[in-house]
Each structure stands twice: as structure tokens, then as C-alpha cells.
Design a binder for this molecule. Structure first.
Ligand code: FE
Length: 280
């Protein structure tokens, strides 16, 4: 590892209203420019103030051509879909959903015992050859996600490998790294990230020094190319999601919950929805 990845961009998440009135922090959203390839969207949902009123969710909606990765830290999300799957994504759980050619699903957040709901949703693009594949779910329970602990460092390894420890989510087209990283004050950590891969850090608690630059929560850091990242802490701890993956390098046409490669494919998705042939 000789080529340190510097910070190329620091993104301030913007508040966005989604679903049936869910307020969330959005850092990236699908755009035709596809500048975060293979990643399309990163949302942080947090409900922690009773004044926010009743919790709304995401009633039945379609997806095609993407993967959605839901990671819950507190509270839960009730999930139900057109294929007959249903379940609860609870604290520490991950749901990695490959929509493939199409699913219709409902995602309804529920407060945990402390009254809080807190989690993330990441959208990952699918290569053209998998966009019309069979939908697939991986329900990853908290207990099956290994935790790497060493000298002030605590990492939940969802996907990818940390110092020989590999997460349970494998066989994903973008060969992603998806880590929940906590670093105590006055510590340092280095992680290899394959050259050419897109790399992001969503800093959601505390502050850390990434490649020599201090980043306070809440921010999305985008790294320039290189073969490793470093993070250092001073007086405060830091917690962030580390996200990386291989770019797919194909044109995309995003349209709401669909991300396809051409306008004709988007039109087809709308026709399939209208004709009731979206889900097979
Ligand atoms: Fe959804």
C-alpha cells in the first residue's frame, strides 16, 4: 500500500422528504451523470424527536435494476413484498435486496424501546446483464455479522474483508466493502481499498482525520483513487460507514425507484407496471 487516498469531496447531507412523509438526510441520489458509480443513493433516516409526530413509512412501491441495502442501528423496519416475503429488520440487521427485474415492497419503520429509529439505506447499481434477473433477498441477522475488534477499533463487517475477517454478504456484482467502523479517541486505522474502486465514508458520529483532513459528523466523504485509506482520531471518537465498490461503467437512466440503462427500458418498466406484468 503506497498510494494514500486523499479526500476529493465532502458532501453535506440535505434533508429530503420521501415515501409517505419520511424526513431523511440524503447524501447522494441517482443521477444520469452516475458520478458515484456503482453507488446511486445514500439515505440516513433518524427519528428521535417525539415532536416529529407519527412515524410514516414507505408504502408499496416498485424497484427495478438496483440493489437496496438497509442497515438498522436502532428501532426496526417492517418489510413486506409482492413475492410473499415479509419480516422485521431489527437493530444491527442488514437486508440486502436485489430487485432485479422487479419487486413491489413496503418498508415501515418502527421505534425501538428508546423511542428512536436510526439507520441507513444504500442503493447499488446492477450491471446491465443482471438488471432483469430474478429478485433476491439476503436477510443478514445481527448475529451473523462478525465484529472485528482491535486496539480501540470496532468494525461490523457486513460485506468485504477487514484483516482476514470477511462479512456474510458475498456474490455481489460490485464486490463491495460495507463496514460500520468505530474508532476510539487517539487511535489510527488503515484499510486497503482496491485501486479504481469508488470509496465513500459516511461520518455520522464524532469526528476523524481522513488522509490528514478533519471531518466532523454528519458528512459524506468521497475519496480520490489510491490503494488505502487512513483515519485518525484526536480527542473524540468517530463512527462512520465505509463504502466501496467496483464501478460498473455503463450509462444509466434513473427514474424514481427504477435505474436502467436506456430510456426505452424505463418506458418498459412503466408499461409493465400499468399492465400488471411488472412482478412475475
Ligand atoms: Fe424500497
Amino acid at each position: 500500500m503506497t498510494n494514500l487516498r486523499k479526500i476529493s469531496q465532502i458532501i453535506e447531507p440535505q434533508f429530503a422528504m420521501e415515501g409517505a412523509g419520511v424526513l431523511l438526510r440524503r447524501s447522494i441520489a441517482p443521477r444520469p451523470t452516475n458520478e458515484f458509480d456503482p453507488f446511486l443513493l445514500f439515505d440516513h433516516f433518524a427519528f428521535n424527536d417525539p415532536l416529529e409526530g407519527p412515524i410514516r413509512g414507505f408504502p408499496m412501491h416498485p424497484h427495478r435494476g438496483i440493489e437496496t441495502v438497509t442497515y438498522i442501528l436502532e428501532g426496526s423496519v417492517n418489510h413486506r413484498d409482492s413475492l410473499g416475503n415479509s419480516g422485521l429488520i431489527g437493530p444491527g440487521d442488514v437486508q440486502w435486496m436485489t430487485s432485479g427485474r422487479g419487486i413491489l415492497h413496503e418498508e415501515m419503520p418502527r421505534r425501538g424501546p428508546s423511542g428512536v429509529i436510526y439507520g441507513f439505506q444504500l442503493w447499488v447499481n446492477l450491471p446491465a446483464k443482471f438488471k432483469m434477473s430474478q429478485p433476491r433477498y439476503r436477510e443478514v441477522s445481527a448475529a451473523t455479522i462478525p465484529t472485528y475488534e482491535k486496539d480501540g477499533l470496532k468494525i461490523r463487517v457486513v460485506a468485504g474483508t477487514v484483516d482476514g475477517m470477511t462479512g456474510p454478504v458475498t456474490e455481489i456484482a460490485a464486490s463491495p466493502l460495507y463496514l460500520d467502523v468505530q474508532l476510539a479517541p487517539d487511535k489510527e486505522w488503515t484499510q486497503p481499498i482496491e485501486s479504481g474502486h469508488t470509496a465513500l465514508a459516511y461520518v455520522f458520529e464524532g469526528e476523524g482525520v481522513f488522509a490528514g483532513e478533519t471531518v466532523e459528523s454528519v458528512k459524506l466523504v468521497r475519496f480520490a483513487d489510491g490503494d488505502h485509506i487512513t483515519v485518525k482520531t484526536e480527542n473524540n471518537p468517530v463512527r462512520f460507514m465505509l463504502i466501496s465498490g467496483a464501478p460498473i461503467k455503463e450509462p444509466i437512466v434513473p427514474y424514481g425507484p427504477f435505474v436502467m440503462n436506456t430510456v426505452a427500458e424505463i418506458q418498459q418498466a412503466l408499461v409493465d407496471l400499468r399492465d400488471g406484468t411488472f412482478v412475475k
